[in-house]
Write a protein of this length. Structure first.
Length: 406
């Protein structure tokens, strides 16, 4: 375009059609006129980016909208962290439990007061959602590191506890530094990286809002479907109220939980992988039992039942093989002395009642009482203690629940 302009200029000489080049002095002047980046500009840029990342992490940690951090402002309310804080308080007060109940939500309605009646020792229910051997060994390591060695562990094992099912529930251990530090290293790294991948601009913004709001407020009983007691016992508010007025529908609950299981399996897992025993989980189960043996801790392990109707709906050949293989493995770990194993997959095996279920997998306290009696070689009708009923607890909730404690 510069050449064209020059040709159209009447006063231009014939040599004007040759490519024009700026004299060296002009090029130097032009380069001098360009803005120059100050020294260390790259370091400043990197430092600014790092500060933004750190500020985002700090906001997510303190505001804790994901519920996966040990925030002093907004403590996580997941059962792993909340129960561990209650256990910490008991240990600090000189009331360390001598009996720990472990397992999934299917063990969370075991009443510590009833176990205390059976054993004569203080008990804490340390059951957590979707527990696997990752949780068993993490929890045992933690209490041992706290110097609170128990005498007895009562462990409920689900039929899928050692399967290839990939559950993120163990990530909740991130919300208590002591638990996280007690977790086996591969699972710890998985939890940290998994939680960090969950952080987004949306979680950061929500965390900032929650940080601005400050400490969480007390909740009302009517706002929740369940409540955790300070001894780790889980109180089902909705089920209890429906049962009291005669509207609890066990058949419908069984159908609902069966559908949820089928949907989750189809959506999240490859069935032929999900329903096979996982080598790593079996290894952790063996390490858990061995750690208890080394510390002179008695372990009583129960393979848990399902409601017969639920089992008919969800069990297939893979599930049956999985459970039978797990039963054999648990039996091999038992030595009949420090480690006792009982197969209670049949409700009749401990004198249970199929009507005493909340849904397809979770038993009511009465069935769990009978199961404990059988585990301690008592008659099914033996009454070791008479703790308050769920309805009595609802009417007179003690302090220190998930409604008013963090």
């Amino acid at each position: 375009m510069a050449a064209m302009t020059q040709v159209d200029t009447p006063t231009m000489s014939a040599t004007a059609t040759e490519p024009a080049t700026a004299p060296p002095s002009a090029a130097k002047d032009a380069s001098d006129a360009l803005p120059r980046r100050p020294p260390g500009f790259g370091l400043v840029l990197i430092g600014t980016a790092v500060l933004f990342v750190l500020a985002g992490l700090a906001a997510n940690f303190l505001g804790n909208s994901t519920g996966f951090f040990d925030s002093p402002v907004r403590p996580a309310m997941s059962d792993r962290s909340w129960k561990t804080r209650r256990l910490d308080e008991a240990i600090a007060a000189g009331r360390a439990p001598k009996v720990l109940v472990m397992g999934s939500s299917r063990m969370m309605q075991v009443r510590p007061a009833y176990v205390e009646g059976l054993t004569g020792k203080p008990c804490f229910n340390y059951g957590v959602s979707a527990a696997t051997p990752v949780d068993f060994i993490t929890q045992l390591r933690y209490v041992l590191r706290r110097g609170a060695k128990p005498d007895l562990l009562i462990v409920g094992v689900d039929e899928v506890a050692c399967a290839g099912l990939s559950s993120r529930y163990f990530y909740q251990a991130m919300a208590h530094w002591g638990l996280l530090a007690s977790m086996p290293v591969p699972e710890r790294l998985d939890a940290v990286s998994g939680v960090l991948r969950m952080l987004t601009p949306q979680s950061t913004l929500q965390s900032l809002v929650m940080l601005w709001e400050g400490k969480p407020r007390h909740r009302k009983l009517r706002q929740v479907s369940s409540v955790l007691m300070s001894d780790g016992y889980l109180l089902y508010r909705d089920h209890t109220l429906r049962q009291a007025v005669g509207t609890e529908d066990l058949a419908a609950e069984i159908q609902r939980t069966a559908q949820r299981w089928s949907d989750g399996l189809a959506r999240e897992f490859v069935p032929d992988q999900a329903l096979k025993l996982n080598r790593r989980k079996l290894q952790l189960l063996s390490e858990f039992v061995e750690l208890a043996r080394q510390n002179g801790i008695e372990v009583r392990v129960v393979l848990l039942p399902l409601h017969p109707d639920y089992e008919r709906l969800v069990f297939n050949d893979d599930m049956r093989v999985l459970r039978e293989t797990l039963r054999r493995r648990l039996s091999e770990l038992s030595d009949g002395r420090r480690v006792i194993f009982r197969d209670y997959t049949s409700v009749a095996s401990y004198g249970g009642d199929p009507k005493q279920f909340w849904d397809g997998a979770h038993q009511q306290p009465e069935n769990l009482r009978r199961m404990l009696n059988a585990l301690f070689d008592r008659d099914r009708d033996w009454i070791a203690a008479r703790p308050p009923s769920d309805m009595q607890l609802l009417n007179h909730l003690p302090p220190g629940t998930t409604l008013d404690t963090w």
